[in-house]
Write a protein that binds this ligand. Sequence first.
Ligand code: TPP
Length: 815
Amino acid sequence: MNVESEKLERVMDSFRRWGYLQANLDPLDHFKPLPHPDLDATGEEADVARRIYSGTIGVEFMHIADPERRHWIQEHMESREDQPTDRARILDQLVRADVFEQTIHSRYIGTKRYSLEGNTALIPLLDEILDTAAEQGAEQAVLAMSHRGRLNVIINVVNRPAAEIFAGFEDVDPRSVLGGGDVKYHIGATGIYTAANGGQVRMHMVSNPSHLEAVNPVAMGRTRAKQTRIGRDGKLRVVPITMHGDTAFAGQGITAETLNLANLRGYTVGGTVHIIVNNLIGFTTNPNEGYSSRFSSDLAKRLPIPIFHVNGEDADAVVRVGRMAMEYRNEFGSDVVIDLIGFRRHGHSEVDDPTITQPIRYRKIKDHPLLYEIYAQHTGQDAKPHIQKFVAELDAAQVAGKSMAKKPVMRQLPSYWAPFHGGEYKPEYEVDTGLSAERIRELTDGLVKYPADFNIHPKVQKLLEQRHDMGYGKRPLDFGMAEALAFGSLATQGVPLRLSGQDSRRGTFNQRHSVLIDIVDEREYVPLCHLAANQARVEIYNSELSEAAVMGFEYGYSRDFPETLVMWEAQFGDFANGAQIIIDQFVVAGEDKWDLLTGLVLLLPHGHEGQGPEHSSARIERYLQLCARDNMQVVQPSTAAQYFHLLRRQALRKWRTPLITFTPKSMLRHPEAMSPVSELERPRWQNVIPDESELDAKRVLICSGKIGHELRMERKKMQGQKPAILMLDQMYPFPEEDLRQTFARYKNATEFIWVQEEPANMGALSFVVPRLKRIIGSKLRSVKRAANATPATGSGKAHELEQKTLITLALGKSD
Ligand SMILES: Cc1ncc(C[n+]2csc(CCOP(=O)(O)OP(=O)(O)O)c2C)c(N)n1
């Protein structure tokens, strides 16, 4: 290398590393160039470097360790900048983006739409991304975004007819959504995008709640499901694109959780394209109040991925970034971030006055020209014909929208949803779930087998030997084996399975051992995957240590793979409150708001065992409070066999509704909760487990879960009259008829008692007691712990004392 080129290389290297700090990124000059000693060089070389790395594109990529990836970015940034091939198309899109907003603004004064104005380059950016994706084989794109610009993207990119948006503003057909439905800027949409090369991409805009960023893992899960359905090349053929506000991206923890999924086995989607639709404001919050870093995107530097900052007012540069980003994603299967920097022309919503909080900025914005005007002038084009054509289109659409008799459905469900039902539970949905003893033995053979040269851990070997005896009826089945049999039977019946959660492969309580690990070379063997040649896929993953993103991902997966039994497992049930947004906004409410079903299973370990305020309660009360219109099932299987039937029922029924399951901890191996093989032969799950032994009882106890078994154990020590102990395994839909019939069998009963180990203000009590009273009347009492701020005491001994008192009271023992 000669001295000249060595100098050029040195200068270039500094700009590759730091050039983005002095890039011209903000149309309103918020980002003042940040002084940096390595960027002080002057001269021809510095001019070249500055033009490339400190122009209207600033790229951060030198934190990527892989030289091949750095080199890729470098080459693409330093190659000659071609003009975009179709500037007329870009102009047309900019016109459509701005004119759509202006039209709505003038015709529906005072309604919220969350305008994209100030960042309308998003539309040509998405166009270029999709165009590039289509060229490289994409057939579907999954899009996630929040309120801002959503309606604009829905008509201009997803390609829904504008008439549907107008119908939304006219609020046609209000009776169809009494008590339900959602606002127009949250509803999902599907459509067809046609690329410049004629290729078509099926678009899926994911329905989302107000809770910012929560939709991101859902979009990833949906993408993963679609990719899995396709198999080979799935990652090229289905592309996820998520859009974010700058303030939300920096502030919401779920952003970090979701980014962390990028390269994890079981969760990767071949790279997500993240676009920060950056207007340098969040409601009334300035960037220096919203994030500690210079850029909202800095969080993404946790991953070795490129971050392209681009000035949203240089539409050609924006389009160039779009192409680079998509190509990079496909080349390396990597996430990529585009930080599209513009401004927000109006207040947070259009009824909000931003001059109160950002008067200087909004003085500037008031006189700032429209982007299509800037672009038309810069490229020597005439915007007028584009405007006239689009306005005519919108006029016609408004007329059509006004006259729509029904609220438009902006999406078409994929055909794989056709066999499934939502809505209210119907008994005809029930299917038989029992299996013959012979089939159980066959499955058992497969579940306990591993290759001859596999070095098994002695403890696991012992467990497999026990499982063999369980399957062969030589000892009662525990929950671990019941689950393995349910999984194995489903997989061999053609039902795919997907379970994810923290430490789920082994199981938090050492109960699952779905993956055998060779003690010499750590090779893995999953017996569930080797049961039959033509069996369905079984996937069990240890997840990252997150609840919200992982549950969101699994919810998304279940949305595009209804034939799969999709399960998310909490380490302990109470940790699920880290995913409360996913539960409240998607799992529980998705059907009501969006008419979208899910059969997602939540497995939530629950039970008071003296482990302290945490780890004890999965907060049954919270799920029961969310129940209405058969939107979900809330159950606590009291035996291994019940768990077996439950899982099989959920997979085999055509009713797709979420299943909230309180799963055992100590009860996993409680002798009372184990089941003989004959219980798996029984045809179906039972909502209520009667007590055949005490049909003459005067006192009838009704409970759910572990306490029932503890009571039954303690009852064995009693003399004379003993209470009957019934188990309520299904709490919702509430099995009123089953209970009526069961109670009727206890002809001598004079008192009924609801017993729970949870405090009075928790557990199923406040849900169950009024419903039981409808059947039993005033004879009903309850026994429970005293109301408390936490689910349980921190002292193991205090727990035991409390438990003893509770059991004594419930059994009516005099000691
Ligand atoms: C989790 C959550 N918290 C608070 C809000 C209320 N909220 C709605 S929009 C908004 C500001 C968003 O700012 P930004 O992410 O920059 O997006 P922009 O609206 O500027 O496009 C806030 C705080 C919300 N929707 N979600």
